[in-house]
Design a protein around this ligand. Sequence first.
Ligand SMILES: Cc1cc2nc3c(=O)[nH]c(=O)nc-3n(C[C@H](O)[C@H](O)[C@H](O)COP(=O)(O)OP(=O)(O)OC[C@H]3O[C@@H](n4cnc5c(N)ncnc54)[C@H](O)[C@@H]3O)c2cc1C
Length: 174
Amino acid sequence: MATVGGNICLSLPAGPMISLAAALDGTATIWATDGPRRQVPVTDFVTGERANVLRPGELLRSVFLPARALRATAACRQVSLSPVGRSAVLLIGTRAPAGAGGDRPVVLTLTAAVPRPVQVRFQGLPRLNEAVDSVDSSALTAAGYLDDVHGGARWRRAMTGRAVAEVITELARG
Ligand SMILES: Cc1cc2nc3c(=O)[nH]c(=O)nc-3n(C[C@H](O)[C@H](O)[C@H](O)COP(=O)(O)OP(=O)(O)OC[C@H]3O[C@@H](n4cnc5c(N)ncnc54)[C@H](O)[C@@H]3O)c2cc1C
């Protein structure tokens, strides 16, 4: 048993509620004991392995998920060294629904392979190479790929590229 808030606040790279809330453009509301409330995108809430923006005494009160994110088409790929093992790569893609006019923005959110969430946005459906390269360069710029018992950095990087290609292909099919 666990809580959504506890999973996010523990701030492990493979925190599934971090992946979910970040991919759905969640906004965290933070309460301080004697200060003003503040809001932080969940993508920016986790700053590293077991590190986040909470200051001493602050608590995560809620996570708001916007309706537009819940209406989006979503595709997900998860990779582990063993069938039910700790996630080594978790890639979630969303594509805005058709019919709203204009392009359908695509958002790719990478967790588990990197110490903190990495998010890349596109105006419309990107080409496969563009999507793979953009996520890769963002991951390298953010903090690089994790290299630990749950997976080596080169392997996680390769699996991330494959996950991005599969997610974009699935989003293209609708
Ligand atoms: C076998 C095993 C496997 C696990 N695998 C994973 C895994 O794959 N991925 C993963 O992410 N975790 C994993 N965990 C760790 C942990 O169980 C989970 O992260 C769980 O979701 C934590 O949630 P909780 O509600 O129990 O948090 P807690 O343990 O109650 O809290 C975690 C921390 O956050 C603080 N906290 C809790 N709620 C808030 C709040 N609202 N505001 C501010 N601070 C708060 C607590 O004070 C504590 O410091 C695993 C644990 C075990 C034992």
